[in-house]
Design a protein around this ligand. Sequence first.
Ligand code: PMP
Length: 399
Amino acid sequence: SSWFRSIEPAPKDPILGVTEAFLADQSPNKVNVGVGAYRDDNGKPVVLECVREAERRIAGGQFMEYLPIGGSIKMVEESLKLAYGENSDFIKDKRIAAVQALSGTGACRLFAAFQQRFHPNSRIYIPVPTWVNHHNIWRDAGVPMKTFRYYHPESKGLDFAGLMDDMKNAPDGSFFLLHACAHNPTGVDPSEEQWREISSMIKAKGHFPFLDMAYQGFASGDPERDVKAIRIFLEDGHLIGLAQSYAKNMGLYGQRVGCLSVLCEDEKQAVIVKSQLQLIARPMYSNPPLHGALIVSTVLGDPELKKLWLNEVKVMADRIIGMRTTLRENLEKRNSPLPWQHITNQIGMFCYSGLTPEQVDVMTNKFHIYMTRNGRISMAGLNTGNVGYVADAIHEVTK
Ligand code: PMP
């Protein structure tokens, strides 16, 4: 008999499992607000015009050679400019160790492996709640996790006092995972003033901030605005780790293109850190994929295409922001007894609705609306055609 016969089936992924169930449903009314993937107002996935144009320019003009272990130099350079600033001294001084990563997930995982290898007794503090895959990533990398307070269920906003308290009480020099903008799943971000206080606390305690930025541009519609938390950390003189993803903001989900960077004390250290990141990447996947990196470097490297991209990111963000208003208005129109301001206060891809797991079950079983049991609604799955239906269902299960 096989050596693997006693293995138990793995639990379904709570997010991707929702899509599977949605696809199997035959109802004409079905709605998928589970996975965080952008849809236009007709419910269709979008290929950005800037990406189509980049693909036209790339087509046939490139060899399919391997990239270096650290990926496309040009793509990485453009990514650093977006995050650290066009004229950043850190870039000029070559203080940033950066490699192309397999989208945001791969960037997080590479960092987690780096943390485990060079700071083996450290832990990472993650917010409650956080993107479920953060748990898997640091667990599989062998880094123990602790949590810090983040979301406040009563106010459906930030538990700022709890967060500051937990940062203060963590042992000096702890690692903290922060979502740079558009916190997933809650849609709740600290204000600029609160970011400043968080940054000061992290400084005072000698903590290390790791920033996961999966939605730059998707929150406000402007990548420069969405990066403000990072710029505050930079101004305050932190060394940081940073994961960037082009899945959402360039619609490159399946291309798996992203960047991991670590801001170091000097150029010499950055060279060393980069060499070690490459040593971790080499036995895992050898080198990252080429096509997505070419698309990103073509778009961001050409002023005209970059401008087009900025417009298109704004269109996506604005549609989501508009849907927040429409959903809230629809609920208020139905004389819902509950307050719904949080729908418009929250930001980014998701609305953390406050629906209980049991209410979500009714949403799914009775109304064919598919979402994760934590009550998270992917706003991008809503459109003028289905938002009334979804509001009806929410009203029915909460009234
Ligand atoms: N971090 C967070 C917080 C996310 O929401 C996501 C996307 N769901 C990611 C990272 C990474 O996604 P990807 O690997 O597709 O870039």
